[in-house]
Ligand binder design. Structure first.
Ligand code: AVI
Length: 315
């Protein structure tokens, strides 16, 4: 990510009318990464445990849905690999069952990949692992040149941070870089009542609020801004009908903020939308896949039906 891109995105997002926005991908500086790890461990943030339940307790169902032949080597490519704790269960089972595969974690952070490789080689000494740092689609395009069948992991509800249009484009581009028969494991949070969803984005300990407000600190540090975080508050919202959780930063008073020499006015109670966390069901997913060559093969949910890993196939 270049600083120029960051500046352009912030300035154009805050110039938007009537709804000011900031892209959620900028949450993740060093402090933001640490806060997100804390979020994943919060009791309110059910998503992590729910998907872990699938990877830990429904490993066989996952493996069977891949329909892989043990004699044919394949590539297991994880987009945005993170710390790999969920994937570990799947990798252990595949190694134990003597599948022939290479694990290819892809991430923009070399640091994250180094940590992951170190952990995994300790835990699964014979795991063939080939980390790739960089842009997802550039790497997938390179990997497309090999003839090995592929299974793409895009888990953790990461697709949920995209609007439906962007999710549809993402899936279309993914399909373009795959061969018929290749599979995708897509982890999504399921639509459910606001009593469950809202606390996950509005925890008692205030960690999510801190995660949201940290974006203002990042803008101050990296783009010479003068946001006073005391003048903004974390304002989460969930539309139960549509299945959209949204995070906002709400201005507590009329104020003006300067960023890289440009001025932005905020009215009292005016909001900046900082994140969308889309919740899915079958209809929404099928609509998103509508323009692609990808269809749903199988769906695995956790024991409480909070989260789903859909197994998709490129036709
Ligand atoms: C990374 N992503 C799937 C998280 C989510 O649930 O949308 C980010 C997050 N934002 C607030 N809490 C967690």
């Amino acid at each position: 990510m270049s600083i120029e891109q960051f500046k352009d995105d912030v300035i154009s997002g805050l110039r938007q009318s009537p709804q000011k926005t900031l892209p959620s991908k900028y949450f993740y500086d060093k402090k933001g990464d640490e806060l997100f790890v804390q979020i994943m461990h919060m009791p309110e943030y059910y998503l992590t445990n729910a998907e872990m339940d699938i990877f830990e307790n429904k490993t066989q169902e996952l493996i069977e849905s891949f329909g892989m032949d043990k004699t044919i080597p394949f590539e297991l490519i994880e987009l945005g690999a993170g710390d790999g704790t969920k994937t570990l269960h799947l990798l252990e089972a595949l190694v134990k069952e003597k599948y022939r595969f290479t694990y290819i974690p892809v991430d923009i952070s070399q640091n994250a990949l180094d940590g992951l490789q170190k952990n995994l080689t300790q835990q699964i000494p014979h795991l063939p692992i080939l980390p790739q740092q960089g842009d997802y689609f550039k790497i997938l395009n390179e990997l497309h040149k090999s003839e090995a069948p592929k299974i793409i992991l895009f888990i953790g509800s990461n697709i949920g941070n995209l609007t439906d249009d962007k999710a549809a484009l993402f899936m279309y581009k993914l399909g373009e870089n795959l061969t018929p028969g290749d599979k995708i494991v897509l982890g999504v949070d399921l639509m459910k009542s606001k009593e469950i969803v809202l606390p996950a984005y509005n925890d008692e300990g205030g960690i999510t609020a801190e995660f949201n407000l940290n974006l203002l600190d990042r803008i101050n540090t990296e783009l010479d801004g003068d946001f006073d975080r005391k003048n903004f508050e974390h304002a989460p919202f969930y539309d139960e009908e549509e299945g959209f959780a949204k995070s906002y930063l709400k201005s507590k008073k009329n104020q003006s903020v300067s960023i890289s020499g440009q001025h932005f006015n905020f009215k009292k109670d005016e909001t900046i939308c900082t994140e969308i966390s889309r919740k899915y069901n079958d209809t929404i997913l099928n609509r998103i896949l509508g323009e692609t060559d990808i269809t749903v093969l199988h769906k695995i949910v956790d024991s409480e039906s909070l989260f789903a890993d859909y197994i998709l196939v490129r036709n």
